[in-house]
Design a binder for this molecule. Structure first.
Ligand SMILES: Cc1cc2nc3c(=O)[nH]c(=O)nc-3n(C[C@H](O)[C@H](O)[C@H](O)COP(=O)(O)O)c2cc1C
Length: 212
């Protein structure tokens, strides 16, 4: 009981810090949703699609739309299948839902997810994307990686955050999956602003090259 009270207070504290450190034009994490601004040109206008080669699976969880957007862009480039991880219980996006999500992420809890539709063993490469919650990977992506431990083909890991570096989270992903990634990439909400389109394309392109 004491521990859970501490956990809630600690989580509230670090999440408050997280919100306070966000840029003014960035997404307010407390809303639970990011503004990915799906109004840009197709990514394949700037990055040549990968023809032939290994079959690719792009796996992601997205509570807002940012991680979904990166997943769809990567799927377009690689001609990949998409697996959207679905949780068994719908996640609330209000204040208590936000606190609960932060608590689960902080304490590395894997949430209960629906049985995956696609099997990564059927693919030559898999790209796994998670939103960053409380400086950690999201509980549903943790659950998927744990479930697939030891069965991933060549893997690339990506994070989408308010403003957090991907390294520590990618290391947790590798540990859960039992697989070292060929490449990692970290996007932040400001990468989706129209004025940052070039930077977004450059980041995406560098990740694609490493996973080619
Ligand atoms: C519960 C929660 C905790 C978050 N914690 C962080 C954090 O620690 N660091 C950060 O940079 N962004 C944090 N964010 C912001 C999200 O990572 C960011 O908005 C991301 O783009 C959301 O992806 P989505 O739109 O695919 O759900 C948090 C968001 C939520 C909902």
């Amino acid at each position: 009981m004491k521990l859970s009270l501490f956990a809630v207070v600690a989580t509230a504290f670090i999440l408050a810090l997280s919100c306070a450190s966000k840029p003014k034009d960035g997404t307010d994490a407390s809303s639970g949703a990011s503004a990915s601004g799906r109004n840009a040109a197709l990514v394949t206008d700037s990055i040549e699609p990968i023809a032939g080669g290994s079959r690719t699976l792009v796996v992601y969880f997205s509570q807002g739309s940012a991680t979904k957007r990166v997943a769809e862009d990567l799927a377009l480039i690689f001609g990949a299948d998409l697996e959207a991880i679905a949780e068994k219980k719908a996640r609330s996006t209000g204040f208590f839902g936000f606190m609960h999500s932060g608590y689960q992420a902080t304490f590395k809890i894997a949430s209960r997810i629906q049985p995956p539709v696609r099997d990564p063993k059927d693919y030559g490469r898999v790209l796994v994307l998670t939103p960053v919650w409380s400086w950690n990977l999201s509980p549903p992506v943790r659950a998927w990686l744990r479930l697939m431990k030891g069965s991933l083909p060549a893997a690339g890991f990506g994070t989408v955050s308010g403003d957090t570096e991907p390294d520590k989270i990618a290391a947790s992903m590798a540990k859960e999956a039992g697989a070292a990634p060929l490449a990692i990439v970290g996007f932040s909400d400001r990468d989706f602003s129209p004025e940052n389109r070039d930077a977004y394309i450059t980041k995406l392109s560098s990740f694609v090259e490493k996973m080619r």
